[in-house]
Design a protein around this ligand. Sequence first.
Ligand SMILES: [Cu+2]
Length: 159
Amino acid sequence: MTSTKNLGAIAVAVAVLLLGAALVTGRLAHSAPAKIAIIGALVRLPVVPGRPAAGHFILNGGAKPDRLLSVAAPIARIEMHKTVMANGAMRMTPMEMVDVPAGKAIRFKPGGKHLMLFGLPASVKPGDELTLTFTFEKAGAIPVTAVAQSATDDSHAHH
Ligand SMILES: [Cu+2]
């Protein structure tokens, strides 16, 4: 014995479920496919002119694992470095490549992985924008705009 009142309640419940499903699928359609992304790129200029500059950024992994093979710029020679402790001292060693796991964030920051830019012209001033080309094994070449920052500006250093 089903009353019309109950049928009405069921209809509302079904409508809510359908609406919910539509919202969920809509959201999925917008978020996929996740792409590799480089955010917050900056180039920290050297305290002493002529010394190498450092490059910092956050690398967000995409939907599939990838590898960062190189970072290049027309106006400097760039190496990827990591900082390691050896005999109680911090040392930097070059990295040939950096594994980028799917969906993981890798921070290139002071005291950790970072870029080293050699031969950057002294004419580059804080606020200037430099184009760095990130080359990945699968994603290919991705141009990234990095903002030059004074060595004494620590507004980004505490991440
Ligand atoms: Cu270094």
